[in-house]
Design a protein around this ligand. Structure first.
Ligand code: ATP
Ligand code: PRP
Length: 255
C-alpha cells in the first residue's frame, strides 16, 4: 500500500490560503520513504465516492489511470489501476486530508471547503483540478431582512457544517454569530427555527429554491484540489503523476 512512510503529518504547501500555509513552516517534515533500488513503489490516491470520484475519474483516465473495477459499485476500499504502481483508496470526503497528511495515502482529491475546515496542515496543494465547482454561501429564508440584520449588528444563529469558514467570514465582517454545527441538510435549520441563516455549498441553487431559501452572500468559490503528502512529493514517481493530473485538469478546463 502507498503512504509516504505513514510517519505523520508533514510540512509545507505550494498553494492555498494564508491560513493553510500558517503553521507548516515551523514543523519538521517526515523523512522520505526509503525505497531499496529496484523495489516497486505503489502510490495511493485517496478519493471519495460521489461527485469527487465522478469528476476525478475522467482526469485519471486522461492521465492513463483506470481503476480495475468500478469504485462506485465495488465494496473494495483499495483498488488497483491500469497504471502499475498506482492504486485508489476510497475514503469519506472529509477524511481525505487526514489520510494524506499522515502518509496513509500519498495523494488525494479534496474540495477547498474540506481543506479549509481541516486546516491544510501537512499537505501540499499543487493543483487546482477545477472540478466539483460550487460556492460557499450564506442563505436565509425568503423574506428575512438580512441587510437590516447586518446593519443593526444583531446577534444571529448560523447553522453549518463549515464552522471554520463561517467563523472566519463573520469575524471578518465584525458580526456576532452563534454557530451551530450540523452534519447535513442545513436547509432545514432556518425552516425549523433552529437558525436565522446557514452557510452551505451552492451550485445550481436548486436545493435552496426547493426549500424557499435565498442566497444572501457568497463567501468564496470552491473547487477540488489535488493534495500531496510532502514526503511523498520527494518520491520519483510522484512528480510525473502530479504533472499528468495537472495536464489533464488543464485539458478539462480548456474543453
Ligand atoms: P462527507 O461524506 O465527508 O460529509 P460530503 O457529503 O460533503 O462529504 P460530497 O457531497 O460528495 O461529500 O461532496 C464532495 C465535495 O464536492 C465537497 O467537499 C465540495 O467541495 C464539492 N461539492 C459539494 N456539493 C457540491 C455541489 N452541489 N456541486 C458541486 N460540488 C459540490
Ligand atoms: C450539497 C449542498 C447543498 C447542495 C447544493 O449537498 O450541501 O445541499 O449540494 O447544490 P445545488 O445548489 O446544485 O442544489 P449534496 O448534494 O452534496 O448533499 P449532502 O447534503 O449529502 O452533502
Amino acid at each position: 500500500m502507498g503512504g509516504a512512510g505513514g510517519r505523520g503529518p508533514g510540512e509545507g504547501t505550494r498553494a492555498g490560503s494564508g491560513r493553510m500555509n500558517g503553521s507548516m513552516a515551523r514543523r519538521r517534515s517526515p523523512a522520505p520513504r526509503r525505497i531499496p533500488p529496484g523495489h516497486p513503489v505503489t502510490l495511493t490516491i485517496a478519493l471519495s465516492k460521489g461527485r469527487i470520484l465522478d469528476e476525478t475519474l475522467p482526469l485519471l483516465a486522461t492521465a492513463g489511470i483506470v481503476p480495475s473495477e468500478d469504485p462506485e459499485t465495488s465494496r473494495k476500499l483499495i483498488l488497483a489501476t491500469s497504471r502499475p504502481g498506482v492504486s485508489l483508496m476510497i475514503v469519506r470526503a472529509s477524511d481525505v486530508p487526514t489520510y494524506v497528511q499522515w502518509g496513509a495515502a500519498d495523494l488525494g482529491v479534496a474540495g477547498k471547503d474540506v481543506l479549509l475546515e481541516h486546516g491544510g496542515h501537512g499537505l501540499y496543494q499543487p493543483v487546482d483540478l477545477g472540478i466539483a465547482r460550487c460556492r460557499m454561501s450564506v442563505a436565509t429564508k425568503r423574506g428575512y431582512d438580512w441587510a437590516g440584520t447586518v446593519q443593526r449588528g444583531a446577534r444571529i444563529r448560523v447553522a453549518t457544517k463549515y464552522v471554520e469558514i463561517a467563523r472566519e467570514h463573520f469575524a471578518a465582517k465584525g458580526m456576532h454569530v452563534d454557530l451551530i454545527k450540523l452534519y447535513g441538510s442545513m436547509e432545514l435549520a432556518p425552516l425549523s427555527g433552529l437558525a436565522d441563516a446557514i452557510v452551505d455549498l451552492v451550485s445550481t441553487g436548486n436545493t435552496l429554491k426547493a426549500n424557499d431559501l435565498v442566497e444572501v452572500e457568497t463567501i468564496m468559490p470552491i473547487t477540488a484540489r489535488l493534495v500531496v503528502n510532502p514526503a511523498a512529493l520527494k518520491l520519483e514517481a510522484v512528480k510525473p503523476l502530479v504533472d499528468a493530473l495537472a495536464a489533464a485538469a488543464a485539458q478539462g478546463a480548456a474543453a
